[in-house]
Each structure stands twice: as C-alpha cells, then as structure tokens.
Ligand binder design. Structure first.
Ligand SMILES: Nc1ncnc2c1ncn2[C@@H]1O[C@H](COP(=O)(O)OP(=O)(O)OP(=O)(O)O)[C@@H](O)[C@H]1O
Ligand SMILES: [Mg+2]
Length: 358
C-alpha cells in the first residue's frame, strides 16, 4: 500500500476549479516532484496536503486512513513554504526549536534535537544569528532544519530552492537529496524548473491547469512523454505536426500544416486522418551532407557553440528544427547556409497525441 494516496482531489476558488480531480500515490521514503507552469495548482496541492485548505472533493489517505478532517498540527507533516518565512526576531536555534516547543518537548531534548538538525544542514557556528544575518542558502537550510526537526512523516517543499542563484541551487539540490535519502523521509517537492525535477526526483508528476498530465520516473517522462505539453515542458523537443495521410507497412506519410509531406517510420498502429506530432529531441537528430532514406533536407540557419555541444537551427519542412550535436574531435562542422540532411533512428522519435492546437 502506498504511504500517501490522493484520490480525485478537487479544489475550487470562487467557483473556479483550481484542482480538477487529481490522483496520485507516493511510496514511503520516495521523492516526488510536482512540476508545472505557474498557476497550475502546485501550491494548492501542498496546502491541501498540509491541511491549510479544505478540498471540495476527493480524499487524502495516509497508510490507508483518510486524513481530510485531521487538523494541520495533528498531521505531523513538515512544510517549507515558497517564501521560507523564518521568524525574523528569533535566532537560528530558536527558529528550529519552535516546532518542538509547541510540542512541549523537554528543554534538554529540544537542545539535543536542534543540535542534530543544525549538524545535518551544516549550520554549526551559526546558531546565534538571526535570519537577516544569513545568506539565502543558509536561510534555506534553517527552513529545512525547522521542518525536519519535528521528524515529520511527510516533507512538503514549495519551490524551496528557486530563490537561490544557480550554483548554490545545484549544491542545495545535492544536499537536500542526500539528507532526504539518509533519513528516508517521504518528500513532495514543488518546482517549475524541469532540470531540478529531473535531478532530484524518484518520480515526477507533470501538472497543467489543475490536472496531472503524466506521472513517471524522470527517464520515463523525458523519453516517453505522453503529449506535446509534457515533451516541451521537460527539455527541448522538435514537433512535426499534421495529420496522417497514408500508411504503407510501417512507413507513414504526415501531411503538415503547410501541405508539405513528411515520411517517417513507426511501429505504432496509427490510423490515417489521426492528428499527430512526430517528436524528436534535438540530441537524437543526426546531420549529414548526404541524403539518406527518409532524411529531411534543410539549410543551416544558425550555429551556436556551447562548449561540449553545438546547437544547429535548421530550416526544414518549412519550420525551424533544433539539432544538438556533441563536439567530439572528429564531429563534422556545418556553417550557416550549408545544405544538410537530418535523420534519426525510428526508435528515437515518438508519435504523440496532438490536439490540433499550436
Ligand atoms: N486563496 C485563493 N483564492 C483564489 N484563487 C486562488 C487562491 N490561491 C490560489 N488561487 C488560484 O489557484 C490557481 C493555482 O494556484 P497555485 O498557487 O496552486 O499555483 P502554482 O502552481 O503554485 O503556481 P506558481 O508556480 O506561480 O507558484 C491560480 O490560478 C491561483 O490564482
Ligand atoms: Mg506556487
């Protein structure tokens, strides 16, 4: 049985449905990210889980027990908010001790537990400082220690790292994941940063407009996105959108919007007329000066050198196609204006659902 189970959770504000019957399970000790654009309902989901808001439908279960009516303080969940909201007049130590004092723990035990928490987030030596005397990353650690010190059954983190600069954020990601694994705490992490979700998570739930579109491991979500939204939200993707015009064995013809016809191989059984988006990641496309079977002819529009790779923008089939090539020593280079042919292994392209919209 899953540790936490959300079933058909629904939330409305002023008649607007903000969460539309979302369901998900999370195993004990695992790390799940909620990933999605601004306003899709991530914070709302956390607030419902924490008990700060009541839902308009659905249930939340912990170990098989419905907790919908259990008040915030009895749920034993730790939460770090989007703005981490430390108490400004209290020292690091006092901030971390707060939750334990609320629980009426003895002074001696509080001292011990706070010291352990400070050790864990590597803040020894900072005990007597106040939040404004700390850097963003240090404040972040205090917030994390404050949430962890109560030994919560579930840790809820809302965009906790997004206020930090890139380098510190990456360091904190590693640290957070190490702490999470060490103490084996079940964690739900909200982010709109795809890289962060890919790095940290056991599983990712991709949300859009109050719905969960897909749940899976980082690899599943990246390699087999369910639709064009998920594919473009996680990493870059090229889409060739159109309707299936004909099929011969496993070779299909796709009629694009501009009436161009593109032929591709798929082992899927796709019906003629079906609206589809042939999806290829930039790093899966090969470039050559020679035509191959089913390759796409194009012209290099722009080349960007990014150290380990080069990014080519190629005009092909009436659209811009992005190609990413490793800069290995013997990789052929192409210049603006060069005529090239693009191809990929059939298993490196996906035929995704396309709703006909841009
Ligand atoms: N208290 C509230 N009253 C009315 N509408 C609300 C309230 N809280 C959130 N909303 C609306 O619910 C929707 C989801 O908000 P939510 O804060 O969950 O988004 P989010 O995914 O966390 O976005 P962000 O990435 O910007 O933090 C938004 O359209 C928001 O305007
Ligand atoms: Mg939010």
């Amino acid at each position: 049985m899953a540790f936490l189970s959300i079933k058909n959770l629904t939330k409305k504000y002023d008649g607007n449905t903000v969460l539309d019957s979302i369901s998900l399970d999370i195993e004990k000790g695992s790390f799940l990210s909620l990933l999605g654009p601004s306003g899709c309902g991530k914070t709302t989901t956390l607030r419902l889980l924490a008990g700060f808001e009541k839902c308009d439908g659905g249930i939340i279960e912990v170990n098989g027990n419905i907790i919908n009516d259990i008040p915030v303080y009895s749920r034993n969940f730790g939460m770090v908010f989007q703005s981490y909201a430390l108490f400004p007049h209290m020292t690091v130590e006092q901030n971390i001790a707060y939750g334990l004092e609320q629980r009426k723990m003895s002074k001696k035990d509080i001292k011990e537990e706070v010291a352990k928490a400070i050790e864990m987030v590597r803040l020894a030596g900072y005990e007597k400082r106040r939040p404004k005397q700390l850097s963003g990353g240090q404040q972040q650690r205090v917030a994390l220690a404050r949430a962890l010190v109560i030994k919560p059954d579930l840790l809820l983190l809302d965009e906790s790292l997004s206020a930090l600069d890139k380098k510190l954020r990456v360091e904190m990601q590693v640290e957070l994941r190490q702490i999470q694994k060490k103490i084996g705490i079940t964690t739900i992490f909200v982010t709109h940063d795809q890289e962060e979700a890919l790095t940290l998570s056991d599983r990712i739930a991709v949300m859009k407009a109050g719905k969960i579109i897909q749940i899976g491991t980082p690899e599943e979500i990246y390699e087999t996105p369910k639709d064009t939204f998920v594919a473009s939200f996680l990493g870059q993707a090229n889409f060739f959108k159109g309707s299936i015009a004909e099929k011969q064995d496993n070779i299909y013809a796709l009629r694009l919007k501009n009436d161009g016809v593109m032929r591709f191989v798929s082992e899927k059984n796709i019906q003629p007329g079906q609206l589809s988006a042939i999806t290829v990641r930039p790093e899966k496309i090969e470039v050559s000066r020679q035509a191959k079977e089913l390759s796409l002819k194009g012209t290099v529009l722009f080349v960007t050198y990014v150290g380990d790779t080069s990014i080519y923008r190629v005009d092909s089939m009436g659209q811009e196609v992005i190609v990413q090539r490793q800069n290995t020593g013997n990789a052929e280079k192409y210049d603006i204006g060069d005529e090239v042919y693009l191809s990929w292994e059939p298993e490196n392209s996906l035929v995704l659902e396309w709703d006909g919209e841009e």
